[in-house]
Design a protein around this ligand. Sequence first.
Ligand SMILES: Cc1cc2nc3c(=O)[nH]c(=O)nc-3n(C[C@H](O)[C@H](O)[C@H](O)COP(=O)(O)OP(=O)(O)OC[C@H]3O[C@@H](n4cnc5c(N)ncnc54)[C@H](O)[C@@H]3O)c2cc1C
Ligand code: SF4
Ligand code: SF4
Length: 1015
Amino acid sequence: MSKTTQSDSEPPADPAADSRSNYDHRSSDVEEPELVADLEALVEGEVRFDSYSRNLYATDASAYHQLPIGVVVPVSVADVQAVMGYCAEHSIPVLPRGGGTSLAGQTVNEAVVLDFKKELDAVVDVDPETGTVTAQPGITLARLNNHLEEHGLKYAPDPAWGDKSVLGGCIGNNTTGAHSLKYEKADGYLEEVEVVLADGTVTTFGWMDVEELHERAAAVDGDAGIVERVYAVVSDVLRNRTEGIEERYPDLTRNVSGYNFDKLLEDVEARGEVNVGRLLAGSEGTLGIVTEATVSLEPVPEETSVVLLTYDDVISAMRDVAPILEHDPAAVEVMDDVLLDLARDTPEFSKLVGTLPEGTDSTLLVEFYADSIEEGKRKVADLLADRLPGYEATGEPAADGTRTDGEIQAVDALEAYDDDRQAKFWKMRKAGLPILLSRTGDEKHWPFVEDTAVPAENLPEYVADIQELFDEYDTFASYYAHAGPGVLHIRPLLNLKADDGVDRMLEISDAITDLVIEYGGSVSGEHGDGRARTTWNKKLYGEDIWASFGELKAAFDPQGLLNPGNVSGDFDPTENLRYDADYEFDAGFSPEMNWDNENGFQGMAELCHGCAGCTGHQDTTGSIMCPTYRATQNEEITSTRGRANMLRRAMSGDLPEDVFSEEFIHEVMDLCIGCKGCKRDCPSGVDMAKLKTEVKHEYHQREGIPFRDKLFANVETLYGLGSAFAPVSNAAAKLPGTGLLMEKVLGIARERDLPTFTRKTLTKWDRSRTPAVSESEADRKALVIADPYTNYTQPEVGKAAVRALEAAGVHVEVPDDVTDSGRPAHSKSLLDKSRATARANVDALAPRVEAGWDVVSVEPSDSVMYQNDYLDLLSGPDVEVVAENAYSVMQYIDTFRLDERLSTETDETISYHGHCHQTASSRDHHAVGVLRRAGYDVDVLDTTCCGMAGSFGYEAEHYSMSQAIGRMLFDAVEESPGTEVTAPGTSCRSQLAGTDRTDGKPPHPIEKLEAALQY
Ligand SMILES: Cc1cc2nc3c(=O)[nH]c(=O)nc-3n(C[C@H](O)[C@H](O)[C@H](O)COP(=O)(O)OP(=O)(O)OC[C@H]3O[C@@H](n4cnc5c(N)ncnc54)[C@H](O)[C@@H]3O)c2cc1C
Ligand code: SF4
Ligand code: SF4
């Protein structure tokens, strides 16, 4: 049997297409089978009306949920037309959806959902001459911009989640981002748009002379179609409502409440033309379905410069915004004390926050665009000379620099000119939010007034009034985001499950919208109306404009089928909430692990707020989360969000299926590979791997443990036998037909090589030698753990660890009473076994640790097992002492700077692939640091899990998923300049074996360190 790698076997990218996998990502509970049959006959794409699909699309990043009628994944404009035409005939609502990152509930409705992100994501044409690009609506903004990079152009709207949200959604919400001081909202870039209308016909809207519009409107009669009726309404608006629009629309660059009539007026004034397509921007799917858009582009700025101004309180920072705007910055972003305190507590930012002057309460991050670094420095110097006189800036201010009036507010400044420092400042601005959203209790920071905007000069009074209001309601929020254009993200802390929680939400919304109007602002400066804010549009704009919204909607959508209720509709913001007083949760079992830090199992099961952070792609988002979503190319059920939503819905009694049914375990939980990527990459730290372990354990209690799981959980015994019978065991594994037999009998993928065992184990080798450094001459002593993979199949890795540590003066022993960490059983959710192993190991190790020994593993998943997972399984000071003194070998060397005692020499360039568990627990940098200090030029691959995930990749039904995930790693290796790839994980090395950059299995980093040693 020969190993099949990505080069000689191309398994289906989607495991659903592998007959061994048998995944269809759906449940057998299908609503409205006749409707499904009708739609299936009409469209080429998938029609999903099962309970899983409906629940997966029942939420977005908002506080709302509502079951859609079903989901269709269109693969062509014809599909979209067919669905719309059919639904029009049968009066069924339709909802177009992109990345589902909306924060106000725009993509939550009782409708047939059209998922554009899955298939319709092509770039149709880039025209650098005219500076435009034409693309399908399902492409993420990050991927769109990747296509434009070579032309020095970009699509300017830059929402924070542009690598997860898509062009159609961006248009739907009239999106913009942190640089809206320089750029327009999505409407300002929409040149031409192909739209499927509410009757299923398709049309294209583009620029039209305003007189032509009026002429066509005048010709409208009773038989007129949608397009002509729309022209009639638009003509009426332009002729008769101009005054009202000028009076009632806030004078802000950031207003996305209601339909954007103001943009039409602006265009007519600027160019005597009108583009009705621009009304689609911000229409939240209520006017038509975008199937293709041509958008104009902006040049990418040559250079940027950043300065972080510090303040004693948030009001002082707010006072400084208006004068700073006089300096023409590209962005002004505020971060208040709540977020700074949270960032201070993170390992990544504590140092940077620590450099802020004592007493810093708030900061403004100011960014400038410039043609050169010098110009960037000059702009910062100008600003500081004006707003912080006495500060010695890096650059020279211009003699005629801008000078503003008013009291000096800033206390200090930190400048940033290189990319790394600028990125760090920007990252810090975003760092606190994840922790803000990490509350596992019933009180959470909900989005419903989270993007109000007021003119920048009104910010100080506005914020002071809001603080007073929150005091009245006994709540608080943090103030952060785009202070420059006056947009503040404010999420009050509320318990919507409490009787009065929902009432308070409504009262706060009402009071804040009053304040917004008083200060000349907008109810929504960024995220849109949706379920949360549509109701306030009447208050913001008045009856007349509200009525014209209704007329526009009626012209576009006479039956009211397109995302009904949004923008001009009648949503009650307190209905269809994800949580309210009637919400109930029952896990249906007693969890086995320690959930104290997560507010119980329920706290973690309810932690996901749907932001869609786990739905980025490898090429644009990088990092780990979520490998299965990346491999299946946008299959929602394989994202962390999909799993979390399904689990919560099932445990709150909203799914017809039981969590512990075979179908739920197979379709929902099984493809979570337990990489723990979400624990780190999810902004709120949703730990799906831990949730899955509990659920699978309970499933085993009810249904029994499959034989193969028992086998994999007993790697120690199995490998011990393989080693004892080597080389016979190795020869037997290579006999023709063994692979097929293993697959038939045990379900082990026939494509995988079985490990090659050795009788010369690490423990035997250690027993046969005298340690090179005696206990008395060493100042550290380490127990190097002979895990089963290292001990029985790759003792050379363990030997390299021993030799490198001894070269650094460490006294080393390889214990033979502690080998298996319990990881194999733990990853198979056999908690009784993993706990028993953990107990035995802690009993054996704790006294030795107390006596000064450190516990060192070469296998990263083992070190993380000792460091983290033991604390989930056991409690007590002995467990803690072992956890605190357990290290991976590279972490050990780095932590105690043992490599400073080594003499090394090399100039090799190598690629480094980290282990997902280690990366997820932020311990992966150690190996890179040590290798670099040893002389290696290390290219750190931005890779997700390798796809093996313990035994996962060996299992026949998981083979194709494993390879699909692995292919992302193979591609990264291919593109890396490294001559060889190194990886600490045994599984990762097996997955990489045979790829172009490896001759056999790639080495462990400790082997590379040893190879560079000059003895
Ligand atoms: C963490 C986070 C940060 C965010 N940061 C920003 C930010 O900086 N700036 C900002 O403006 N927003 C921001 N948002 C809100 C949201 O991400 C943006 O509005 C985004 O553009 C929505 O894109 P989407 O693909 O997720 O669209 P969806 O949420 O799927 O849809 C948005 C709307 O567009 C409609 N729609 C989707 N596709 C089509 C189509 N083909 N035809 C017609 N209508 C369609 C939908 O019906 C819906 O009403 C943020 C959200 C989150 C969770
Ligand atoms: S799992 Fe995390 S990243 Fe994904 S949607 Fe939920 S909160 Fe967002
Ligand atoms: S553990 Fe890994 S595979 Fe599972 S949900 Fe989290 S990121 Fe995805």
